[in-house]
Design a protein around this ligand. Structure first.
Ligand code: GLU
Length: 399
């Protein structure tokens, strides 16, 4: 993933004519915090926070808990955060954190201890004006609430603007839980409207029906009831129904801890889902979901990168060459960090906004970034991912 991101960065910096120093700088983080967390029971875990760029504002980005987390991955994700906040015009920088852990193997008590010790290891480097972490893969409002509490204990800061993605009771924003999925829907539908296909009912599949993918589908069910969700997958299985699945029912099933292999109905594999004859393929799982091994099977005209880097560099080249439209991650999935920003603004002003107000502002950011992308692609005849990177770098380096 790091190599692929660097290849796009090389192409984008070249296109902008940025000098060699800047080219080098954009690939380097300002700071990397690497430490080990030891639990009282003797288990140890590697922990990271990479602070990539803060020229536009405090570092911003989630913390993921996953057994495959590596320093390289966190580096790449932190770079993508700097590009993402710039691409959508937020006054924030980019950072990312992670712990190499499978949280499903920990008890709630161990998870809380791990989380609090992560903050103890980092508290001097983060804060409302310095670096504002948020949830990411396998982290949520409860985990963020523990972080806020630990941070308050260590520093005395009571603004709760030190983290975003908190539960509503603890200073979180209405609309934050659905924001990434909702933002993806807004970007895709805006793109379709710009193309003149806004009215067309679409058949779509969601790869990775977790926090992001499920809210994408429930938002569609709400905003575009004429669209049909034909398949949805978790890490093991996909459920399929050509006549349409009920997004709210699937979301409830997952929230209650269900696995699709136990869901009543027809099952297909993840690879079969990728290859479905649908209009839209929503990629909301992990990185590299569409790569050399399966890119030739993709039939969907539109792909939406709701995960970070779910389509590899080669797969981008191949699919764009065949006129597939791929809404790039740094715009498609920016809804989460946009509403994180709105949460941070509310915390600092000691305000609580209605869900409508939050959603209206989210829509404004998403539409504006999608319009910029559309115009740039139309004027310059370049791929959409490259266009996204160029637009972000222009803002980062004032070009
Ligand atoms: N983890 C999300 C992302 O990758 C949200 C980050 C944030 O809200 O700061 O964009």
């Amino acid at each position: 993933m790091l190599d692929d991101t660097h290849r796009f960065l090389d192409l984008a910096t070249e296109r902008l004519g940025l000098d060699a120093d800047v080219r080098k700088q954009v690939k380097q983080a300002n700071a990397e915090h690497v430490f080990q967390i030891d639990l009282d029971n003797g288990k140890s875990f590697n922990a990271y926070r990479v602070q990539h760029n803060n020229s536009r504002g405090p570092y911003k980005g989630g913390i993921r808990y996953h057994q495959n987390v590596t320093l390289d991955e966190v580096r790449t994700l932190s770079t993508l955060m700097s590009l993402k906040t710039a691409a959508v015009g937020l006054p924030l920088g980019g950072g990312k954190g992670g712990i190499e852990v499978n949280p499903r193997e920990l008890s709630t008590k161990e998870l809380e201890e791990l989380t609090r010790k992560y903050v103890r290891g980092l508290h001097q480097h983060i804060g409302p004006d310095q670096d504002v972490p948020a949830p990411d893969v396998n982290t949520n409002g409860t985990i963020i609430d523990w972080m806020v509490d630990e941070y308050e204990k260590l520093t005395g800061d009571t603004t709760r603007a030190s983290f975003t993605g908190k539960t509503i009771a603890n200073g979180g924003s209405l609309g934050r839980d659905a924001a990434t999925g909702r933002g993806g829907v807004l970007s895709l539908t805006e793109w379709l409207t710009l193309e003149g296909n806004g009215e067309k009912p679409m058949r779509y599949a969601v790869q990775g029906f977790g926090n992001v993918g499920s809210f994408f589908a429930t938002t569609i069910a709400d905003m575009r009831p004429d669209w049909t969700l034909v398949a949805a997958s978790d890490s093991q299985t996909a459920v399929y129904d050509a006549k349409g699945l009920d997004a709210d029912k699937l979301q409830k099933f997952k929230e209650d801890g269900g696995r699709f292999k136990d869901f009543d109905g027809e099952k297909i594999t993840n690879e079969e889902l990728i290859a479905l004859d649908v209009d839209v393929l929503v990629l909301a799982g992990l990185e590299d979901a569409v790569s050399d091994s399966n890119m030739k099977t993709v039939q969907a005209k539109y792909l939406v990168e709701m995960a970070n880097s779910p389509v590899t560099f080669n797969a981008h080249e191949y699919l764009e060459d065949k006129n597939h439209v791929i809404i790039p991650d740094i715009i498609a999935n920016a809804g989460g960090v946009i509403v994180s920003y709105l949460e941070w603004v509310q915390n600092r002003a000691d305000e609580k906004w209605s869900k409508d107000k939050v959603n209206q502002r989210l829509a404004k950011y998403m539409k504006s970034a999608t319009n910029d992308l559309y115009d740039y692609v139309a004027e310059n005849h370049v791929g959409m991912k490259l266009a996204g990177f160029v637009l972000a770098l222009k803002k980062l380096y004032d070009k």
